[in-house]
Design a protein around this ligand. Structure first.
Ligand code: GAP
Length: 445
């Protein structure tokens, strides 16, 4: 069974993710992505970006500044109680907790003292200062959600890209929240990455065309299409009392993590909250004029908001497979269990490993390096000559490499190689000159 301990250990051991500032003992639930983690996350983001912008003609993308005028956050409601968590501090041990997460609302879960202190609202925005003087006039905030950067570019993109309602703007970027209770590895952190899309619609058309339901389905399809099993995903609609301050309606996509069902993405009907408030506070008219119907209105927004780090964790947990007793072809000891990361091929950080059968035969090494040199301009590849073939296969399986190519003595005579498939472990003999086309087809390109 997959546990968080196994995921965290694999991530550290194989260079996916490690605690930030580790030589200083780590720092406040912050994490760094190593090479394989960065490749995986980039593949996820690239797939999302293509799905949202390249494969459609009604959505464009932006890359807005993280730092914005503090007026943005006043207008959006993030500086008031709306974007705050209920915090209680134990009057005995002074530990702090989120009130809504406590089982026993009056007793400290740490030292058992009763009663706890009074509840107060704790704002999640991260404050910083612009310029050399750290006074109130210099205060601004690291963005708490990326979509505010999209609203700042709504008029710019609508006009410059000649977008007609309904249209969307997508963005991927970092967001920051001073979470009281970061937890579960990269699931809930204070610095994280979002993949958000804001769809601007005419209010009646939103209802008539059931656009909220449309986006719910589209987003569910994305996770399913990348290999997450249906039984591990579900929708959960927010009750009225848990709706965020901007939302008229919200449905989460939840994944069945080792600790239980939890949110990976939110689909929100934000109504006219954002553009109305930004119109009011900025004095700019952000309404839309429909040339055909002569109708002037403030567009409503349907938002799809996914966490890139939560997507990384979802795909890792989903892909993790442990084969007890080993996979017959490669195992040296029957007692061992082998880890296979069955990531969707498009998400796999490294697509091909190239191995010479043995490393002390010059001709084999030379040929293997030639093949590596040929393939690395097409895909992220790695060359590996250390250890037995079985061990090298297993190293590839553990980091989800879909194809392993072996150069053996026949390769020298016939100019061909064996290609081993990660999932089926089947091996095929392929001519070197046909390798690129063969892999292209196998990788679904
Ligand atoms: N713009 C809307 C918005 O930010 P949200 O439900 O607060 O909505 C959307 O966040 C998504 O962002 C979540 O479903 C999650 O994937 C990700 N997210 C939010 N807070 C996070 C945190 N502290 N750590 C990691 N990911 C987070």
């Amino acid at each position: 069974m997959v546990t968080m301990e196994k995921i965290v250990s694999l991530c550290k051991r194989r260079g996916f993710i490690a605690p930030s500032s580790e030589i200083y003992g780590g720092f406040e639930s912050c994490y760094d992505y190593g090479f394989l983690g960065a490749l995986l996350k980039n593949n996820i983001k690239q797939n999302w970006w293509k799905t949202m912008t390249q494969y459609r003609d009604d959505i464009v993308g932006v890359d807005a500044s993280i730092l914005m005028s503090p007026k943005v956050w006043q207008a959006s409601g993030h500086l008031t109680a709306g974007f705050a968590d209920p915090l209680v501090e134990c009057i005995n041990c002074h530990k702090r907790f989120r009130k809504d997460h406590l089982k026993d609302k009056d007793r400290c879960p740490d030292c058992g003292h009763e009663p706890l202190g009074k509840e107060r609202k704790f704002n999640l925005m991260m404050k910083t200062f612009i310029g050399p003087v750290e006074d109130e006039a210099a205060v601004t905030y690291l963005r708490g959600e990326t979509c505010q950067g999209i609203y700042m570019n709504y008029q710019f993109m609508r006009d410059a890209m000649r977008m007609k309602v309904p249209f969307g703007i997508a963005q991927i970027g970092k967001a920051f929240r001073n979470e009281i209770t970061p937890r579960y590895f990269i699931f809930k952190t204070r610095e994280f990455e979002q993949m958000e899309m804001q769809y601007f619609v005419e209010p009646d058309e939103k209802e008539k065309k059931k656009l909220f339901d449309y986006w719910k389905k589209e987003r569910m399809k994305w996770y399913l299409g990348l290999g997450v099993k249906k039984e591990n995903l579900r929708f959960r609609e927010h009750q009225k009392d848990e709706l965020a301050h901007y939302a008229k309606k919200a449905v989460d996509i939840e994944y069945k993590f080792p600790w239980g069902w939890d949110e990976i993405e939110g689909i929100h009907d934000r109504g006219d909250w954002d553009l109305s408030n930004h119109s009011k506070h900025s004095g700019q008219d952000l309404s839309y004029f429909d040339e055909q119907t002569k109708n002037k209105f403030i567009p409503h927004i349907i938002e799809t908001s996914a966490g890139a780090d939560r997507a990384v964790l979802t795909f890792l947990v989903e892909a993790y497979d442990e084969v007890k007793g080993g996979r017959t072809e490669t195992t040296e000891s029957k007692k061992e269990s082998e880890v296979v990361l069955r990531l969707n091929k498009e998400l796999a950080p490294i697509k091909v490993t190239i191995l010479p059968l043995v490393k002390n035969k010059k001709d084999l090494v030379k040929k293997a390096k030639e093949v590596y040199g040929l393939l690395k301009f097409h895909w992220m590849c790695q060359y590996d000559e250390v250890g037995s073939i079985g061990r090298r296969y297993r190293r590839g399986d553990e980091i989800a490499v879909p194809f392993v190519i072996t150069i053996d003595f026949d390769s020298l005579k016939n100019d061909d190689v064996t290609v081993r498939d990660r999932d089926t472990m089947k091996q095929e003999r392929i001519k070197i000159k046909e390798l690129v086309d063969y892999l292209r087809e196998k990788l679904g390109e």
